[in-house]
Design a protein. Structure first.
Ligand SMILES: O=C(O)CCC(=O)C(=O)O
Ligand SMILES: [Fe+2]
Length: 332
């Protein structure tokens, strides 16, 4: 097993969920069992997140353009989540990234641990956002890699197995850039007790999420206090608003709380790309979106500081955004 880099953060033993699945323990280890209020229940499949046809925005006639644009604007205001179809990204590329990601997660543990995610960091293989020995764990393995801009890359964490991993990732990121995270959720014998990924909003401006073909339906978003599953549409990409866009639009577009649940028999792979401003950028609500009816809701802050705050706290719904919230009415 590769040595785990020294860290002052004590996170205790983190069992690898794929190894746990193989061992088939009689009960789920306590660290994965959620408190009752947090446990997933059967979500209502009655509502579907909007689907936007990107080709109508790019090459449609004027009427199609306006209809789709107004759908997009409603999706951002009312849902914060939508799927895009006809996005122009080659289907083979979408398949190839799923293939190398699956091949990586199926490697023996020792091989994957050559790229360890150090406690308190977000790149490499393991579980991110774990900061204490008491914290509940997600039923998920992650491989997260900074891809663009170039200087955020940590080449030591880029797998050399499968052999075409880096090449495929480069091609994928030329189309979809940013920090990329691959989440692998093995089946779980008690999906009612655990969460695949804790509820959170994304700290990015915009997130692009690919649900791998054949994966379990695991992504759920919180809308009007109800968890709604995101039904996969073949070759579509799921787009969601992150915290940065909520701040820039002064809350007109909201980042939406979401989570992943597990399945008793099926596994799930998601490939997620986070677009965010550069660390040196200072931002706050756009002045055009602040007036008497919509007073300034967020302070101005440095995105690097926000990112640091995000990655040094556990995932807990929309709590991280409180960093930027103004409690009293103020003019920006
Ligand atoms: O697996 C999923 O669909 C959820 C992934 C996600 O929300 C994330 O990686 O931020
Ligand atoms: Fe997310």
């Amino acid at each position: 097993m590769a040595p785990v880099p020294f860290s002052p953060i004590k996170i205790g033993q983190i069992d690898d969920v794929q190894e746990l699945r193989k061992a088939r323990p009689a009960t789920i280890p306590e660290r994965f069992v959620r408190d009752i209020a947090e446990r997933p229940f059967v979500a209502k499949p009655s509502m579907h997140i909007p689907v936007i046809d990107l080709s109508k925005l790019i090459e449609g006639d004027l009427e199609q353009f306006h209809t789709e644009l107004s759908k997009l604007s409603t999706s951002c205001e009312e849902w914060g989540f939508f799927q895009v179809i006809n996005h122009g990204i080659d289907k083979d590329l979408l398949q190839n990234i799923e293939k190398v990601a699956t091949e990586f997660f199926m490697l023996p543990l020792e091989e994957k641990q050559r790229y360890p995610m150090a406690p308190g960091t977000v790149q490499g293989y393991g579980q991110a956002f774990v900061f204490s020995e008491n914290q509940k764990l997600d039923w998920c393995n992650m491989l997260a890699l900074g891809v663009e801009p170039h200087f955020i890359r940590n080449p030591k964490l880029w797998p050399t197995n499968p052999a075409n991993f880096s090449e495929t990732l480069e091609m994928y990121s030329a189309n979809i850039r940013g920090l990329l995270r691959m989440n692998y959720y093995p089946p779980c014998s008690r999906p009612d007790l655990v969460l695949g990924l804790s509820p959170h909003s994304d700290g990015s401006a915009l997130t692009v999420l690919q649900q791998a073909a054949g994966s379990s339906i695991g992504l759920q978003i919180l809308k009007d206090d109800t968890w709604i599953p995101v039904q996969p549409v073949p070759n579509a990409l799921v787009i969601n608003i992150g915290d940065t866009l909520e701040v820039l639009t002064n809350g007109k577009y909201r980042s939406v709380e979401h989570r992943a649940v597990t399945h008793k028999y099926k596994d799930r792979l998601s490939i997620v790309t986070f677009y965010a401003p550069s660390y040196e950028i200072d931002l706050g609500p756009l002045p055009q979106l602040v007036d008497e009816n919509r007073p300034c809701m967020y302070k101005n802050y440095n995105h690097g500081e926000y990112s640091k705050h995000y990655v040094t706290n556990k995932l807990q719904g929309k709590k991280t955004l409180e960093f930027a919230k103004i409690q009293h009415k103020l003019s920006c």
